[in-house]
Design a protein around this ligand. Structure first.
Ligand SMILES: CC/C=C\C/C=C\C/C=C\C/C=C\CCC(=O)SCCNC(=O)CCNC(=O)[C@H](O)C(C)(C)COP(=O)(O)OP(=O)(O)OC[C@H]1O[C@@H](n2cnc3c(N)ncnc32)[C@H](O)[C@@H]1OP(=O)(O)O
Ligand SMILES: Cc1cc2nc3c(=O)[nH]c(=O)nc-3n(C[C@H](O)[C@H](O)[C@H](O)COP(=O)(O)OP(=O)(O)OC[C@H]3O[C@@H](n4cnc5c(N)ncnc54)[C@H](O)[C@@H]3O)c2cc1C
Length: 618
């Protein structure tokens, strides 16, 4: 395709069969990027041409029957044998079988495997290994390997998520994913070597960019063990835009349909209005439209941040890893929660037709909702963000300067809202900063009191984890609101566009407060009168956005073939499209379905059952 932007390439491949989840999805999304990010130049030279030309088709095999979240608990082992200079991969228990990796069951002939590395009798934690699982000649399964599909799932029907286990499978030492290697002088491109030990080793022994195993089994650990988690951070940073895209497409379908659908007399004898004119329909759909715009902006920000930080990591500067992890983990969770819930509301707003596959909405939902689970289960990801926020809080209390998007932490909480009838964007941001700062402090205080009460650190953590979750969610929400406001205020948009987009941004902020009012009012930050301002502003914004609602979804510019929806067609010919869809249903290709003779006819006309039995033998 010649498209270099990973997310754009992902979208255009999607266009061929939108939300069908390609059986090569993991090859593109995780297998290739893992080789790119975790392999040495020599390994890339060997594997990339094969993988880019589909000789090697691969997936990312990390999750096991017994462990998905807790990577350090994975049971698959890779034990180094210095005599043969090989790793022995083994699945020692039932729960160590790899389970869930996409494209694993029948498609892939290779995979990058996350396994516990053992050398010289010691465990060194999870590392990545390149493993061939099927012949590149006839696709037969290689000896020492058991692989297959895991069966039907909630969705993802076109992806052969699979299981995989190893029975003392030997792979060459060079198959441990290593990055950067050097003999003697450190080549310029290996600047990272300042982060790992320099030693003269035979050229064929790839030193790890992040860690290395010498031929005698000596292990040199990386500067940061979490560098091996890099592929997950990349995908988390990409999922935000993916979730935003799913929500935006659902908004296109439901808002266009709501402009076509007319239902119920507005008054006795009156004409049936467009359902988009019902305030309750606007209340459910317009905030989702605003959320789609907000998440698209957040997705751009987090992916650009990933690219910047990853560039620094490639140059050996790891100091921004914690921020990137906290941002990508939290926004991945926040965006997939918001998008999944929003797509379901869009479906419900389309009534019965929303429940039809013809609407395109079920497919979008089952494609986006697993994002709450894969690449880091959402609650776990939110708690990872909370872990970072707690560190920021203690640094703030020690008077340390905090990075940009957490500078609100530790602020004075005694102030009140500046909210007036106008509902200024600045007052909205202040409200979200106050809420997040208060929840971060409350979680920290809770932890402190538990520890002072004698609880151990891990007991205090678990005993505060609901409040930690609230704090992380508020932090992500603040990020999305502030990022949206910054985009509106920074953009050199035409005055008309700014006016429209300012209303959309205001609605996003106002609606978020009204839907989480307790967290904003618990300490009296808002007065009752100010809440009234917000409620009236929300209703006014519905009226303000209504004339531009269809234009705002058209602006996403998703072609009909991507939406795959009879309800969301650009030409609005919904009913003809639904009728054509029904007529084309396979069961309508014969007037009487074959099952009539076998199952119905004996009931309706028992006397002629013998005919039925004749037919059934056909
Ligand atoms: C191009 C694509 C476009 C769009 C994408 C669209 C769709 C998606 C495409 C494909 C997806 C399809 C399938 C999904 C594939 C998968 O699901 S792959 C498997 C995913 N699995 C996971 O994500 C597992 C989640 N678990 C973890 O990440 C870790 O176990 C954990 C982070 C929860 C915990 O790790 P631990 O090693 O136990 O660490 P800890 O003790 O909690 O923390 C120790 C310190 O390490 C820091 N840290 C943890 N992770 C990272 C990281 N990734 N980067 C940087 N730092 C990290 C942590 O913050 C701690 O630091 P402290 O300073 O607080 O000590
Ligand atoms: C469609 C799909 C595709 C996938 N593709 C792949 C793939 O290609 N490769 C791959 O390796 N994996 C893949 N996975 C697996 C996925 O990465 C894991 O399912 C995910 O990481 C969650 O882990 P788990 O299933 O063990 O859930 P668990 O961790 O068992 O989660 C169950 C519950 O326990 C809670 N919980 C767990 N730990 C904690 C904690 N520390 N604190 C608080 N609560 C906790 C969670 O919040 C959750 O509510 C895929 C999964 C799906 C659904």
């Amino acid at each position: 395709m010649g498209i270099t932007d990973m997310q754009e390439a992902f979208y255009y491949r999607e266009c061929a069969a939108a939300h069908e989840n390609s059986p090569l999805g993991l090859h593109y999304a995780m297998f290739l990027p893992t080789i790119n990010k975790q392999a040495t130049p020599e390994q890339k030279k060997k594997w990339l041409p094969l993988a880019e030309n589909y000789k090697m088709i691969g997936t990312y095999a990390q999750t096991e029957l017994g462990h998905g979240t807790f990577i350090r608990g994975l049971e698959t082992t890779a034990t180094y044998d210095p005599k043969t200079k090989e790793f022995i991969l083994d699945s020692p228990t039932l729960t160590s079988k790899k389970y869930w990796p996409g494209c694993l069951g029948k498609t892939s002939n290779h995979c990058v495997v996350m396994a516990q590395l053992y050398t010289q009798g010691k465990s060194h934690g999870p590392h990545m290994f390149m493993v061939q699982i099927r012949s590149m000649e006839d696709h037969s399964v290689l000896p020492g390997i058991e692989v297959g599909v895991i069966g039907n799932k909630f969705g993802y029907g076109t992806n052969d998520n699979g299981f995989l286990s190893f029975d003392k499978l030997r792979i060459p030492r060079e198959n441990m994913l290593m990055r950067y290697s050097q003999v003697g002088r450190i080549p310029r491109e290996n600047m990272l070597m300042r982060y790992s030990q320099v030693s003269r080793i035979p050229r064929e022994n790839m030193l790890m960019r992040y860690s290395q195993v010498h031929e005698d089994g000596t292990y040199v650990k990386p500067q940061n063990a979490k560098l091996a988690y890099g592929s997950m951070v990349l995908i988390r940073s990409s999922i935000v835009s993916d979730a935003a895209r799913g929500l935006a497409q659902a908004c296109v379908i439901s808002i266009r349909y709501s402009a076509v659908r007319r239902q119920t007399e507005a008054y006795p004898g009156g004409e049936e209005p467009q359902i988009l004119d019902y305030q309750t329909q606007q209340y459910r759909l317009f905030p989702l439209l605003a959320s789609a715009y907000s998440l698209q902006l957040a997705g751009k920000y987090v992916f650009n941040t990933y690219l910047e930080v990853n560039d620094q990591i490639e140059k050996g500067n790891l100091e921004s890893m914690p921020e990137l992890h906290a941002l990508s983990a939290g926004l991945k969770a926040f965006s997939t929660y918001e998008a999944s819930a929003g797509i379901e509301v869009c479906r419900i707003c389309c009534g019965g037709h929303g429940y039809s596959q013809a609407s395109g909405l079920p497919k979008i939902y089952v494609d986006v909702v697993p994002g709450c689970t894969y690449e880091g289960e959402n609650t776990v990801m939110m708690l990872q963000t909370a872990r970072y926020l707690m560190k920021c809080y203690s640094r703030a209390k020690q008077g340390q300067k905090l990075p940009g998007f957490v500078q609100y932490i530790g602020q004075n909480l005694n102030k009140k809202s500046c909210m007036s009838e106008e509902v200024a964007l600045g007052c909205l941001v202040m409200a979200y900063e106050h809420r997040a700062a208060r929840l971060v402090e409350a979680a920290a205080m809770r932890m402190q009191s538990l520890i002072q009460g004698g609880k151990k650190q891990h007991e205090a953590w678990n005993g505060s984890s609901v409040q930690l979750f609230w704090a992380a969610k508020a932090h992500c929400h603040l990020f999305c609101v502030k990022n949206f406001v910054d985009a509106i205020q920074a953009k050199s948009l035409s005055s008309k566009t700014v006016t429209v987009m300012k209303s959309v941004c205001q609605l996003y902020g106002v609606h978020g407060i009204l839907e989480n009012l307790g967290e904003f009012m618990q300490d009296g930050f808002f007065s009752g009168e100010q809440v009234g301002y917000l409620q009236r502003k929300m209703l006014a914004l519905f009226e303000n956005i209504r004339p531009n609602a269809v234009a705002l979804v058209d602006a996403f510019d998703y072609p009909d073939m991507v939406l795959g929806s009879c309800l969301g067609r650009y030409d609005g010919q919904v009913y003809q499209a639904l009728y054509d869809y029904a007529k084309s249903a396979p069961m309508n290709q014969t007037e009487i379905h074959s099952t009539y003779y076998k199952h119905l006819k004996p009931l309706i006309n028992p006397e002629t059952t013998s005919d039925a039995m004749q037919f059934a033998k056909l």
